[in-house]
Write a protein that binds this ligand. Sequence first.
Ligand code: ADP
Ligand code: MG
Length: 693
Amino acid sequence: MDIINVPEIFGSDVFNEAAMKQHLEPEVYCAWKHCITTGSPLQLSTANRIAEAMKNWATAKGATHYTHWFQPMTGITAEKHDSFITPVGDGRVIMEFSGKELVRGEPDASSFPNGGLRTTFEARGYTAWDPTAYAFVKDGSLYIPTCFFSYTGESLDQKTPLLRSLEEVSREALRILRLFGDTETQRVISSVGAEQEYFIIPRAMYAQREDLRLTGRTLFGAKPPKGQEMDDHYFGTIRTRISSFMKDLDEQLWRLGILSKTKHNEAAPCQHEMAPIYSDAVNACDANQLVMSIMKKCAAKHDLVCLLHEKPFEGVNGSGKHNNWSLGTDTGRNLFKPGKTPAQNAQFLVFLAAFIKGVDEYQDFLRCTVASAGNDHRLGGHEAPPAIVSIFLGDELNAVVRSIIDGTNYRDPEKRVMRVGVDVMPAIPKDTTDRNRTSPLAFTGNKFEFRMLGSSQSVASPNIALNTIMAEELRQFADVLEAAEDFDKALHDLVCQAFTDHQRIIFDGNGYSQEWKEEAARRGLSNYPSTAECMASNISPKNIALVTSHGIFTEAEFRARHAIQLETYNKTVNIEALTMVDMALHQILPAALHYSRDLCNGVRSKKELHLSCRAESALLERISENCDRLYESITALQEVLGHVPAETAAAADYYRNTVVPVMESLRHHADGLEAVTDKSYWPYPTYSDILFY
Ligand code: ADP
Ligand code: MG
């Protein structure tokens, strides 16, 4: 067995701080450091020297190209590779890379979704190096993490608004910290740990299924005799083939400085999870994009395919991405960690109150960040969190919140009222037992775990939302507290008011239950089970005011993103519907018809011999009936696809309310045929073949 020296390989393909220290001249290194700590621009002469050092470092690692790596609004990353070659006139080349090439690129922006922000004739966009993120070498190229803008300065990517939201939350959080006497902290950092779920299946099976190839999920497939009811997969022994894939994956991630920490089997057959150690939000976002793309490449190397779709198989659990989020100081203090002194606890309660108030006020905004065709299959189903946003606090913290709302004392035997910031809050142990998997947003001791994100989605959007919401609430709180004459009283009133007004968002019970749906409706919480239903609330004046007042998006940028999200939904459902028609017409129906023709011939021969053919006749009856219905559904689907409204939001409603139900009935009949057709006639691998190979 090969032995990997993890500390040695870790980050070895990254031009990280250690590499910069080693490869840059001391004054260049200091100039870079100064630029990232103060946010000041980099001199071109410095950029030139960094570029030269980067190129030498990268070519020594086998890189021949460089690429400006960015995160357009497709949810994945984009890259265009240029080689370092420069002709020197005598037929030879040298390897060159200038500061200008490092700092700025000009990809043709017209091929990326822009939501109508620009028309094609002025499609120039540019990428700008984000010097806070490290460059790295992968597949023979030097990758330079960049932000992507239109020529007129509108952001066209996921990273720019994330960076903006981090500035906002840091500034407002600092105001609160100063009020509590913290003079040391210079920056508040949003930390993210994204647990990634995925499916791994054999490549040969994938190759035979058009639905998987074109849409990433199975559009057909009868329920296998066995599902996940035996609970024999979760944390079970990992198959050899999978574990060699995981080993390979870890090694590649470690080389790229990604803190891959935990791996295990998930609940569904063929489903697994990878969890990294958390890092700052920007790094976590970049890292998760790399994780997803490396998972796919690495699987291919092992003759496997990694499915990141939210719901690759009906009837078994889908995949999500748990987004663990918290705020901390640059001095290493976690602001969501309940402290040991009255002041620490008061500060914790201010952050908690801001979070609770913000999530309640902007529940629809948060919901919309995870809306997609794929995630529609999870949210509100019987596995992932419901589509209703609520917060789980756990028994202890809930009791504290209640005692503050009710003005009763949590522990004091003399029934004195616990005053925020004056008395010590009871210790809140890190919750390890009651995980309440049904909650979309759970407090887990020192962070919140947001579980609504789909497995294929970028972590940027929900984190932009969480940071911006927090920035807004902390701004309001800081305004009040800074002006207060009696700080302790103002603090107590503020926290108490926020808990009282927004307690409806707190829910510790079973999020899957019907009772919760009814209860949530009584509480006035929004419940949008699908993308089409929730998206109208996204562009409400309240949400637009939130994002524009904090400079996260201009209104035009926000509306553009909104349009892209809806268009993507529409395109996805359209492709799925067309794929269903194609498979049903060209594979499923012909297979069933072949089988029934052969059965008919058999019946004829048997009849000549006066043999009984009750089984064949019964089967033929069922197959014919199903074939007729299938054909009707195919025609119906083609018919509805011919009348999609032109306007984007109307089209989304139409897909959801008119197209999806016909797709479901088409599937129902196809799956019915699968159940009665001789397997040797069936045109592609079934659920049992794929999930229990
Ligand atoms: P588990 O949920 O398996 O018990 P943890 O709760 O320790 O594991 O962590 C789950 C994920 O949350 C990991 O990715 C971890 O790095 C991340 N995490 C832990 N602490 C924080 C934090 N303060 N902020 C953001 N993410 C965190
Ligand atoms: Mg977890």
